[in-house]
Design a protein around this ligand. Structure first.
Ligand SMILES: [Zn+2]
Length: 572
């Protein structure tokens, strides 16, 4: 998920990257301020008052454990990172403070959204490709030749998530397991997890925390990954080594991250999935009469994020675990960070809407409907054709649509999500179901107007991104159907009469292309509609000066622990 966002952000910040490339010296105060202003400082406040007394105490322990994860992550990111962070804290000049601040945003001296270019003097031009997982002077070939000399068991460890590669006294490669490499920090974090486990009354949380503390000591994460899949508690935590994006050499080594969250469920949509599938705008023969179990979705509010889960562009949702053995046995789980989405909504979507919507429509931009659609999008990835038959041959849409599949599938999830919300709103209007979110004509106007504005948030990513390709397809289809109107002043409006039919029509075409594995139909749709037309480009040009993302300020976490990280916004 984060990887997708990164690609997007890279595309829209190339101008700034080029600027730094031409000046060999580090950016000055004014430049650095411009760079960090791309991340709008946004408080993340969470109501913790509904937690049990035990969970409230456990929460403090978990935030403290997560702060240790920041340290481990910086150690993993670059060997000189922890010392540089210390040194930056000594410099109290305005430039020194700004350097510390931007370092903290990136958790290192390289600017993530400028292709990891250095913004501090005295460090290498770019982040080391293998981070601190491998010796900086190691080549790919050296590693591969060394691995060939290992026994099968050692080979699995060397290629595995939880070891770093170092040099021995003879300059030969060797591996060191995480429980040795980060022993002191992991022992400290494990102690805090066990204390939190003793404080909570929730059995599934207790189980996860105890088994994860054991894993920090044993380096065997399997049992605790299984316990994380079973975690079902008001206090929701993800902590450990997970994503491998920072290992740009092989993608083998897992970086530590932590998300300390409080549950906020939106289970309502999930209860109606079969009914939505049974009514999808497609030939009834393509519908699935019995949906299988879908990956569970947890909606949470983030109290604190750390390590790999808090640098550069902020994660708004994550899907874990990554270990195939666990996924085979237990599946995976998607966690959606609602308050992070809300912070991004305020910092980026609201300013976008002020550019792309007429003045009178801006009051219709609504977070609850925006978020309901994001959840609907994720859920409706699970609806529609998945197992298909072509001339008696069993296959699936991904295999048949090949490189076009991801853009078509993202567009499908978007419009099926709109269709699903509209379907449920209409059912609620007729009194057939209870709906915890608004329905009726005003809510519909808000849904489609918010969706139109949010299209530009996605289109900003650039057409190399499959979400943006899928969004361009929708945008132009709706324009051609008269469901979206390009106004003379450069803004856009929704025709509420036409949009519902246009959504159904496009959903029909996308679902049918998938159900029939019809590569040519997909190709025709994308080449006709998945383009940036001049009126859209003009709006996108105006959006360039708006913030790219947020810098979360963990006000609740800072308040209840009485601690704050040097460099965090608000303490400069
Ligand atoms: Zn998607």
């Amino acid at each position: 998920m984060r990887r997708i966002l990164l690609a997007c952000v890279l595309a829209m910040t190339t101008c700034i990257a080029q600027e730094t490339a031409t000046t060999s010296s580090a950016p000055d105060l004014a430049e650095l301020k411009k760079m960090s202003a791309r991340f709008a400082p946004t408080p993340l406040e969470v109501d913790t008052s509904k937690l049990s007394a035990g969970d409230q105490k456990a929460l403090i322990k978990l935030i403290q454990a997560a702060r240790i994860v920041n340290r481990i992550f910086m150690n993993q990111f670059w060997s000189g990172d922890p010392a540089l962070y210390q040194k930056l804290q000594q410099d109290k000049s305005p430039l020194g403070r700004e350097r510390l601040h931007y370092f903290w945003i990136n958790k290192g001296p390289w600017s993530e959204i400028d292709e990891h270019k250095a913004f501090l003097p005295g460090v290498s031009n770019k982040k080391p490709a293998g981070a601190n997982f491998y010796p900086e002077d190691m080549t790919k070939e050296e590693f591969e030749n060394w691995v060939k000399t290992l026994s099968d068991a050692d080979k699995a460890q060397a290629l595995g998530f939880f070891t770093v590669i170092r040099r021995d006294s003879n300059h030969k490669l060797k591996m060191v397991p995480y429980n040795q490499e980060y022993r002191a920090d992991l022992e400290h974090a494990a102690k805090l997890l066990r204390e939190a486990a003793a404080l909570t009354g929730n059995a599934s949380l207790k189980k996860f925390l105890d088994t994860r503390a054991d894993a920090f000591g044993s380096n065997d994460y399997f049992e605790s990954d299984v316990a994380w899949m079973d975690l079902d508690a008001p206090l929701d935590i993800t902590i450990g080594p997970y994503e491998t994006y920072n290992d740009e050499i092989f993608g083998y080594k897992a970086a530590f991250e932590a998300y300390v969250n409080i549950r906020d469920d939106l289970g309502f949509l999930g209860q109606h999935l079969q009914e939505i599938e049974n009514n999808l705008p497609e030939d009834p023969q393509f519908r699935n009469p019995k949906l299988g179990a879908l990956a569970p979705i947890r909606v949470v509010n983030e109290v604190f994020g750390a390590g790999d889960g808090n640098h550069g562009v902020q994660t708004a949702a994550y899907n874990l675990p990554n270990d195939d053995k666990v996924v085979q046995q237990k599946g995976s789980k998607r966690v959606m960070l609602k308050n992070v989405q809300q912070a991004k909504f305020k910092a980026t979507l609201v300013p976008i809407s002020q550019v792309v919507l007429p003045g009178a429509a801006q009051k219709d931009v609504n977070f609850d409907l925006f978020f309901a659609h994001i959840v609907a999008h994720e859920l409706t990835h699970g609806l529609g054709p998945h197992q298909i038959k072509i001339n008696g041959r069993e296959t699936n849409p991904r295999l048949e649509l090949k490189e076009l599949y991801s853009a078509i599938e993202e567009a499908k999830a978007d419009v099926t999500g709109l269709f699903a919300l509209q379907y449920l709103m209409s059912q609620a209007d007729q009194g057939k179901i209870q709906m915890p979110i608004a329905h009726g004509p005003e809510a519909e106007r808000r849904l489609y107007t918010t969706y139109l504005a949010s299209s530009f948030r996605t289109l900003r990513f650039g057409l190399q991104d499959s979400h943006a390709r899928g969004m361009a397809l929708q945008f132009n289809f709706f324009l051609d159907k008269g469901a979206y109107i390009a106004n003379a002043d450069g803004t856009f409006s929704v025709d509420l009469e036409k949009i519902k039919t246009a959504v159904r029509d496009l959903d029909h075409d996308l679902l049918t292309a998938e159900a029939q594995g019809d590569y040519n139909a997909a190709k025709n749709l994308l080449s006709k509609y998945s383009v940036i037309r001049p009126e859209v480009q003009r709006a996108l040009d105006t959006l360039k000066s708006l913030p790219t993302d947020i810098e979360p300020v963990f006000v609740t976490a800072d308040k209840i622990t009485g601690e704050r990280a040097p460099g965090e916004a608000g303490v400069r």
